[in-house]
Design a protein around this ligand. Structure first.
Ligand code: FES
Ligand SMILES: [Fe+2]
Length: 376
């Protein structure tokens, strides 16, 4: 069966957004999923009272950390006349706008002072808020909950994602790379099982000749799907090595969950490796892969980073090339079974939006476990 898949990326890549339309309208048509956590920055990018800017889902943000250590994220625009708040001064608690000196509490966005007011003025300063988003800091990231545009009170249903770890001591590393792509292409690229032998040919991983038929079981999980726990492919040297070290079977579990997250857990006896990868929409034509991994297998950080960087670079290079083709708005297709995870992603996304629109429970696109077969 062949499905045509025309993603928002394909439609958006060619046209510039009109400056006249508001963020809320733009956000809806850009194919972003609101009301989820996204990593905005690495924790290490903020020092002391420094203000740092970032963009998520085409929303400009200013981020910082109070003297008490609480990370915060505000819309980088003064509610008075729109100058970026990042030009202002932060005293460790309040952010003062550089234009007329209005002051806002970093953690709540609430206005605490308007210097031009006289004792005659009746304006209720405390009723004014700068745009502000829930923020959590862990696993080396500032996570920001991107509530839907126009939503006043933000209800956060769940805490930000966390990297799973399985022992007290472990090594950890972060990597990131930009993709000149819509998030949808970033995500389906991330989950695509068939590109491995072509994009990731390396002496240390596998060659094109090692291609063989695979059957993997998948099962539905809330907001996503899981490649059920299995013993990973025998043609990869690192897995063989791990098995030799522990004498125990190696098992892998890979989950994808909306809006953008892939987690992988590899276990063998007491040894483990765990990773969390997200594809975050910066703009409709720019996404960023953030990758954090932790492990207690005897693998030096520098060695792992060298391999992982090479891997990511191969993906990035491919997506840069793909973006060239997508500029001309081609018709695309998704085939079974190799592209079935991509189909599930689009269905999950559509069903989530539908359930939010109607208030009905979200329908999962999978009825139960299924086995997919492909050659890679
Ligand atoms: S624009 Fe910020 S205080 Fe006027
Ligand atoms: Fe890849």
């Amino acid at each position: 069966m062949i499905d045509s898949a025309r993603t928002p990326a394909a439609e958006d890549a060619s046209g510039e957004a009109s400056g006249a339309i508001r963020t809320s309208e733009r956000g809806a048509e850009a194919g972003f999923l609101w009301d989820f956590w996204y990593p905005a920055l690495r924790s290490s990018e903020i020092h002391g009272r420094q203000l740092v800017t970032a963009m998520l889902l085409e929303v400009p943000l200013v981020l910082g950390r109070t003297d008490k250590g609480a990370a915060f994220a505000m819309r980088n625009s003064c509610p008075h006349r729109g100058i970026p708040l990042s030009y202002g001064r932060f005293d460790g608690k309040n952010l003062e706008c550089s234009y007329h000196g209005w002051k806002f509490d970093g953690c709540s966005g609430q206005c605490v002072e308007i210097p031009s007011l006289t004792s005659q003025d009746k304006l209720k300063v405390e009723r004014i808020f700068a745009g502000h988003y829930p923020c959590e800091e862990h696993d080396g990231y500032l996570w920001v909950y991107m509530s839907a545009p126009g939503a006043r009170v933000t209800e956060v249903e769940s805490p930000a994602p966390r990297l799973a770890t399985f022992s007290e001591r472990y090594k950890k590393t972060h990597l990131a790379c930009d993709l000149p792509s819509h998030i949808d292409h970033g995500i389906i690229g991330l989950m695509d099982p068939a590109h491995g032998p072509f994009v990731h040919q390396s002496w240390f991983w596998r060659s094109k000749k090692s291609i063989h038929e695979k059957a993997k079981q998948f099962e539905p999980i809330p907001y996503g799907f899981r490649m059920s726990t299995h013993s990973p492919s025998t043609n990869s040297a690192p897995y063989q090595l791990l098995k030799k070290m522990t004498g125990a079977a190696v098992t892998t579990t890979i989950d994808f969950t909306l809006p953008n997250m892939r987690t992988e857990e590899i276990r063998s006896g007491k040894l483990w490796f765990s990773s969390l990868t997200t594809v975050t929409p910066v703009r409709r034509d720019l996404s960023r892969i953030d990758f954090v991994a932790a492990w207690n297998v005897p693998l030096p950080v520098a060695v792992f980073r060298a391999f992982a960087k090479a891997f990511l670079k191969q993906d990035q290079q491919t997506m840069i090339q793909q973006a060239q083709g997508l500029r001309h708005d081609p018709r695309l297709m998704l085939i079974d079974d190799a592209d079935r995870p991509a189909k599930w992603y689009f269905a999950l996304k559509a069903n989530l939006l539908e359930s939010r629109r109607t208030g009905a429970e979200m329908v999962h696109p999978m009825d139960g476990p299924v086995t997919l077969r492909w050659r890679s």
